[in-house]
Design a protein around this ligand. Structure first.
Ligand SMILES: [Fe+2]
Length: 143
């Protein structure tokens, strides 16, 4: 099954949401390729494109976590590192087109969708908890 981005995955951060959407799209492109007419080179190129975009996205998400002093930053960065390691392993192994597509299905489900729901959304929870609203600034006693 191909997983699509929807509001459930929103971390309420414009750039990160856009990048997550793009990752879902790239994963979908790989999964929808017709194995009978696609060459291994074409598939590898798309897979690599997904990998590069994911790596770039992780760096930006990590910078964002640091900017808001996210307390689980180190733990979260380690998760990103293990995902990248896992993808490196997949890319190094000699796989058939079908196997690469199955790998991409797993990546989209576990390392993209589940990672967002289980980990990225916690960043949003933290950000919300530390946000000082306009109301707070206007109102009464100084901090
Ligand atoms: Fe993340």
């Amino acid at each position: 099954m191909i997983i699509e981005w929807d509001e459930r995955y929103s971390v309420h951060h414009e750039l990160l949401d856009l990048q997550h959407q793009e990752l879902f799209e790239l994963a979908k492109t790989v999964q929808k390729l017709d194995a009978a007419t696609t060459t291994k080179a074409e598939l590898s190129k798309l897979f690599k494109e997904f990998y590069d975009y994911m790596a770039k996205h992780f760096k930006e998400e990590e910078a964002y976590m640091q900017s808001i002093h996210y307390p689980l930053y180190i733990k979260h960065r380690k998760l990103h590192e293990s995902i990248i390691e896992g993808m490196n392993k997949i890319l190094k192994e000699k796989k058939t087109i079908e196997e690469l597509q199955t790998s991409m299905q797993m990546i989209a489900k576990k390392w993209l969708a589940e990672h967002i729901l289980e980990n990225d959304l916690k960043i949003e929870k933290w950000r919300k908890s530390i946000t000082v609203t306009d109301e707070d600034l206007k109102g009464g006693t100084p901090l």
